[in-house]
Design a protein around this ligand. Structure first.
Ligand code: P6P
Length: 341
């Protein structure tokens, strides 16, 4: 009596994606499902190793040798190797772009498939020692059948992605993903080794009460950003409460909170970082894709992030994303200052 009965209808990520593709009647080759399975395997491996890193201080041991006498790799290098190998072995990829690799990776014919994956294998890894949540961010493009898999297949606007997501490694591993029809969140059940649907159809509130900026850069902020921050810290309407500041400094953690609680996350370009800090292809595009799919907005302040056509695989961009009304308030300051110029 009162015992928690085992759920008899666990919705795993694999099942959910396949159900969704069948529902949508898209050409269900299962290729995307198999590709997402490879990404899941990577996420499970990284979840295990991030947790282990905290136990045996795996982070930062580069150059030392472990008990097997192998060269000990830093966790982000190890994560990158695992992700590249899993994606290649899936046989579903043609071009890979990783934050850790200067050049794009072109998959040999034997393993070549119809998707390109851009990713940051362990974003925010410098925070691991502090126990801060870090994560894997990925975006997926479908390769036109006519293309042999060339760099032009990834120098495309984020709006052409067919899927995007992240896995956040914290007290549990949370995989948040969209295949273009809304956003779903899954939690890794370590006992089952499966990602179980725990946050179906995530929708970002139309307005929040939180702003998430590194205000240590305030000295360098351009006027529209200064004006906007002033407006939420000292609301003109006396009856309105100021916004709360929440900034973790790990994009996956800051975006995850923004998707669930609402508000605005910003990493604007400024007088010190004229192109911004965050990378367009494998940080801004996937997070912008998820934000829009959850009903929010993602902009540089003057243009929709997903409309940007990349010219190089590691280029940076200004990022504002979050609740529609909050981001539109921010955009108004850019319009005001553009009009004044
Ligand atoms: P700052 C982590 O290094 C990262 O790439 C993102 O995860 C994060 O949002 C940003 O940089 C933090 O940058 O300058 O605030 O430390």
């Amino acid at each position: 009596e009162g015992q928690q009965l085992p759920k008899t209808d666990l919705i795993t990520l694999t099942r959910h994606v396949l159900d969704e593709q069948l529902r949508l009647g898209s050409d269900v080759t299962g290729d995307l499902t198999l590709l997402l399975t490879a990404i899941q395997v990577t996420s499970k491996f990284l979840a295990h190793n991030v947790r282990k890193a905290r136990l045996i201080n795996l982070v930062g041991l580069a150059g030392e040798t472990n008990v097997q006498g192998e060269d000990q790799k830093k966790l982000d290098v190890l994560s990158n190797d695992i992700m590249i190998n899993a994606l290649r072995a899936s046989g579903k990829t043609a071009v890979l772009v990783s934050e850790e690799n200067e050049e794009a990776i072109f998959i040999e014919d034997r393993y070549k498939g119809r998707y390109c994956v851009v990713f940051d294998p362990l974003d925010g890894s410098s925070n691991i020692d502090a126990g801060v949540n870090v994560g894997t961010i990925f975006g997926i493009y479908h390769v036109p059948a006519s293309s042999p898999g060339v760099i032009q297949d990834v120098l495309r606007p984020g709006s052409e992605m067919v899927a995007a997501g992240y896995t956040m490694y914290g007290s549990s591993a949370n995989l948040v993903i969209s295949t273009g029809n809304g956003v779903n969140g899954y939690t890794l059940d370590n006992a089952l080794g499966e990602f179980i649907l725990t946050h179906p159809d995530i929708k970002i509130p139309s307005r929040g009460k939180i702003y998430s900026f590194n205000e240590g850069n305030s000295k360098y902020f351009y006027p529209p950003v200064v004006g906007y921050l002033e407006s939420i810290k000292f609301p003109a309407d006396e009856k309105k409460a100021p916004y709360s500041a929440r900034y973790i400094g790990s994009m996956v953690a800051d975006v995850h909170r923004t998707l669930l609680y609402g508000g605005i996350f910003g990493y604007p370009n400024d007088k010190k970082s004229k192109s911004g800090k965050l990378r367009l292809l494998y940080e801004a595009f996937p997070m912008a894709f998820l934000t829009e799919q959850a009903g929010g907005i993602a902009t540089t302040g003057t243009e929709r992030i997903l409309d940007i056509v990349p010219t190089s695989i590691h280029q940076r961009t200004s990022v504002f994303l979050g609740s529609k009304e909050d981001v539109l308030d921010l955009v108004k300051f850019y319009e005001k200052y553009a009009a004044d110029e």
